[in-house]
Write a protein that binds this ligand. Sequence first.
Ligand code: GDP
Length: 195
Amino acid sequence: MHVQDAEIIISAVDPKQYPSTGLPEFALAGRSNVGKSSFINKVINRKALARTSSKPGKTQTLNYYLINKAFYFVDVPGYGYAKVSKTERAKWGQMLETYFTQRETLCHVLLMVDFRHPPTADDIQMKDFIEYYGLPYTVVATKCDKIPRGKWNQHASVIKKAMNLPSMESLIVFSSETGEGKDKAWGLISRYLNE
Ligand code: GDP
């Protein structure tokens, strides 16, 4: 897909603020710093539409990006902030639950993990959460440029095993530096669009 148009729509705190266009949306979930903003920017060929290195203060918002007026990327606030209070974490969990259970236009979750390391307990918990709500998902393993190609299979197997993924089809090895995995990501998105 040729991206002609990409814009930030809203940082939504409340479900009432979610867009009402009915367009399909893809949630990006993952720990802060895993590379969600970089993924969005790479996939849409923008240098800095999505703000990279989002701050802990942003934990409560869902950031909507409208792409080609055809679909949304929704940047789900990162989990795993050591500094966030219990109350804030609970609020965040509530928001995510509401979003996952009530958002009818949410068609797929991209769960971002770091390709360099085994998935964390938070990563696995998020995957269980997504599965529990019966949402289709794909794991996107970021920063693969930091691992020599000869070790990719090994790293992919560790992730697949730790996350109990049904097949390698559920995993996209990605780099926002080299563009690895970008076509696969587009292939996945295109399946949901009427073009
Ligand atoms: P977010 O918090 O999940 O939105 O993470 P960011 O997109 O802000 O990325 C966090 C840091 O990791 C930044 O310094 C990025 O430049 C870096 N980064 C993200 N993706 C990649 C990647 O694929 N390869 C490399 N080498 N660095 C990356």
